[in-house]
Design a binder for this molecule. Structure first.
Ligand SMILES: Nc1nc2c(c(=O)[nH]1)N[C@H]1C(S)=C(S)[C@@H](COP(=O)(O)O)O[C@H]1N2
Ligand SMILES: [Mo]
Length: 338
């Protein structure tokens, strides 16, 4: 294998037709329906920018190349024979790639199974000058005015050093469905979903950031403090109100509850029943690995009327959710006490 072909792959050595060959989005659960602590695979949202590749397990191969001493090509059986790891993590879509001012509240929580990528990479001997992992999906084509040879995302190797980064072949103990990345996807717990590359066929170790549209013109949010833009990688704190659902309610003792999550553990959730003018501290469960955390607040409405409930999370780094104009803006729910 030449250096040129290691750095400029043209195609995987097997067929993976796209069906459908276009942007596909399926939103299954509304926030008030996200009741289960672990979201069943059939209830996960589906997000595919370019289409859904259909893969024959026996034909499929994963190559690991670029700045490594020993490039390898693995079959699915090779990967399944490696020690299996489980990681519970929130799974969140960042929303529109070019709309950092819009919160979509699209989140789930699942248990991924797969192999530890840092362990696997040690067997390839990564060069000292490598700084990023580039992950290639089998999907390709046009999206929002850009053309992609492949769906490629990148992860700094420092994140791999923090643990939990998987090549996952199962979710909640079930094989990945085609739309969720069969046969193998990258999982970066704590990062937004856009980085969890589905339908992997190539991993490349590189000195710089990936050069495709999904890491350059898309998914980079303005950040003057960071000198221009910031990749949409780690998820900042966010809380979602599950109950009560929007609409009419009887005037009784009401538990306002939901889920909160971030790349770092959530240490505080506050609930407001007056649209964010005043706040009370809610109870918050500890997290398991990178799971979302349940919060709850007991509310006794003083009387009938319309109320805007809101929940605001703070993480262990001290970051707090903004009220508006952010991917993680505060979620509000309007209820009417009858
Ligand atoms: N190859 C590939 N991986 C991808 C995407 C994609 O379009 N192609 N979409 C990403 C985005 S934006 C999200 S939110 C998650 C969604 O994962 P899910 O559809 O399994 O819920 O997959 C990510 N991985
Ligand atoms: Mo997404």
């Amino acid at each position: 294998m030449t250096v040129e072909s290691r750095h400029r792959p043209s195609a995987p050595p097997f067929a993976a037709p796209l069906d459908p060959a276009r942007y596909t989005r399926r939103i299954i659960l509304e926030p008030h329906q996200a009741i289960e602590a672990v979201t069943p695979q059939r209830d996960l949202f589906v997000l595919a920018h370019l289409g859904i590749p259909r893969v024959e397990a026996l034909d499929w191969r994963l190559e690991i190349a670029g700045l490594v001493e020993r490039p390898v090509t693995l079959t699915l059986d090779d990967i399944r024979r490696l020690p299996a790891r489980r990681v519970e993590s929130f799974h969140q879509c960042a929303g529109a790639p070019r709309r950092p001012d819009l919160a979509v509240h699209r989140v789930a929580n699942v248990v991924w199974s797969g192999v530890d990528l840092a362990d696997l990479l040690r067997t390839c001997s990564v060069h000292a000058d490598a700084r990023f992992l580039w992950a290639y999906g089998l999907d390709h084509g046009d999206y929002d005015g850009v053309s992609a040879k492949w769906y490629v995302k990148d992860v700094p190797l420092t994140r791999l050093g923090e643990g939990g980064v998987l090549l996952a072949y199962a979710v909640n103990g079930e094989p990945l469905a085609p739309e969720h990345g069969f046969p193998l996807r990258l999982i970066v717990p704590g990062y937004y979903g856009t980085n969890t590359v589905k339908w992997l066929w190539r991993l490349e170790l590189a000195a710089g950031r990936a050069t495709g549209p999904f890491t350059t013109v898309l998914y980079n949010d303005p950040d003057p403090a960071a000198g221009g833009t910031r990749p949409v990688w780690e998820a900042p704190p966010e809380a979602l109100i599950v109950a009560p659902a929007p609409g009419p309610l009887a005037a009784a003792a009401i538990e306002v509850w939901g889920w909160a999550w971030a790349a770092a553990e959530i240490v505080q959730v506050e609930v407001s029943v007056d649209g964010g003018q005043s706040w009370s501290t809610a109870r918050v469960e500890r997290r398991r690995q990178w799971s979302w955390q349940r919060f709850a607040f007991d509310w006794r409405p003083a009387g009938a009327g319309s109320f805007t409930l809101a929940a605001r999370a703070t993480d262990s780094r001290g970051a707090v959710q903004p009220m508006g104009k952010a991917r993680n803006s505060v979620h509000t729910v309007k209820v009417v006490i009858e």
